[in-house]
Design a protein around this ligand. Sequence first.
Ligand code: 5GP
Length: 114
Amino acid sequence: MPDTIFGQIAKGEVSADILYQDEEVVAFRDIGPQAPVHVLVIPRKPIATLNEAQPEDAELLGKLFLVAARVAAQEGIAESGYRVVVNCNAGAGQTVFHLHLHVLGGRPMQWPPG
Ligand code: 5GP
């Protein structure tokens, strides 16, 4: 299966404003920010959607959330508040089929989301 744009970012083939990376996870700014802070957190492993995540990915999934919290702190929105979103499949608005967490903050958030 060909890489998505996020797979290419993870491999360093496409540039992005990277805020954090390690051997398993990369966090970078969204190209079309929906809030003053809008960061995407992805596994280097190309999992297409949350539906494809397997029991053996449990630790990796946990790590994505820990990196989200770390980035939120780094960006200064940990205390004011932020939202972590995973869109799963087209009906939920997923457009890039490489699992990612959106970390959004720096403005008031409405509930329920659209
Ligand atoms: P989704 O709709 O799949 O949940 O989120 C995909 C996100 O990826 C969108 O918010 C979109 O702005 C962002 N995005 C799409 N292409 C690129 C890109 O090439 N670079 C970066 N940094 N973000 C991208």
